[in-house]
Design a protein around this ligand. Structure first.
Ligand code: 13P
Length: 256
């Protein structure tokens, strides 16, 4: 973390979990324990259908609500999809773009990720762009090249002010939902690499302002060590964000 230059953001990715009733219960459970998050911003990205309800449930707290994906077009014949503007209109502030599950199951590519990032920014949302390598890619030794390609493509065509509003989440695919966290050293190294790519493309001032998160089996126990890395400015948390006590513990770890 580097509190001088950029925001620390602890974000939950609820994926396809929790009904609105469960969302309200979660809000009530964490509200009494949220008072102390002074430095970090807290975000919960929830299923699209529950965004408006979540915004209401977390009213009067410092928790922002986000979506988990959006379409890149502004409107049209895309049955089942939602636009960035629709998310913004019901109160979302963030949207996750290019999560590896979307890339794997819904054919999202680096090219569509770039279009979605532009659509999100256009609508006034902050995109949380996910990048990360598979186990095979790590073992082949191509992690750096792959991450460079993913980050450069995702940010292609953006200006400096737009890049400042983007959050990058480094999520090694092999660490997602597996209980197998990257070591703080491994995660920190890739996050430093991501910042160096942004520096080369957009300059030092922009690079030091961008929040870079780690995601992949982050939990109450390992959060502190991961967040101690100079280029890890928060987390994108799946499983542990579904449990009020664990999520609060991670927020507290960011406020140490
Ligand atoms: P887990 O924390 O469950 O590994 O999920 C990480 C993730 O995919 C967040 O986007």
């Amino acid at each position: 973390m580097n509190l001088k230059y950029r925001k620390t953001i602890i974000a939950g990715n609820w994926k396809m979990n929790k009904t609105l009733t469960e969302t309200k219960a979660f809000a009530e459970a964490i509200k009494p324990n949220l008072g102390r998050h002074k430095w970090c911003e807290v975000v919960l990205c929830v299923p699209g259908v529950n965004i408006a309800g979540a915004v209401k449930a977390f009213k009067d707290t410092r928790v922002s609500i986000g979506g988990e994906t959006c379409h890149y077009e502004a409107s049209g014949a895309y049955t089942g999809e939602v636009t960035a503007e629709m998310l913004k209109d019901v109160g979302a502030k963030y949207v996750i773009i290019g999560h590896s599950e979307r890339r794997q199951y819904y054919n999202e590519t680096d090219f569509t990720v770039n279009k979605k990032v532009k659509a999100a920014l256009e609508a006034g949302l902050k995109p949380i762009v996910c990048v990360g390598e598979s186990l095979e890619q790590r073992e082949l030794g191509v992690t750096e090249e792959l991450i460079s390609y993913q980050v450069k493509t995702a940010l292609s065509g953006l200006n400096e002010n737009q890049v400042r509003r983007v959050v990058i989440a480094y999520e090694p695919i092999w660490a997602i939902g597996t209980g197998k966290t990257a070591t703080a050293g491994q995660a920190g190294e890739v996050c430093t690499h991501i910042r160096s790519i942004i520096r080369k493309q957009f300059g030092a001032r922009v690079a030091r302002a961008v929040t870079i998160q780690y995601g992949g089996s982050m939990n109450a126990k390992n959060a502190r060590e991961l967040l101690a890395q100079p280029d890890i400015d928060g987390g994108l948390i799946g499983g542990a964000s579904l449990k009020p006590d664990d999520f609060v513990a991670i927020i507290n770890a960011a406020n140490q």
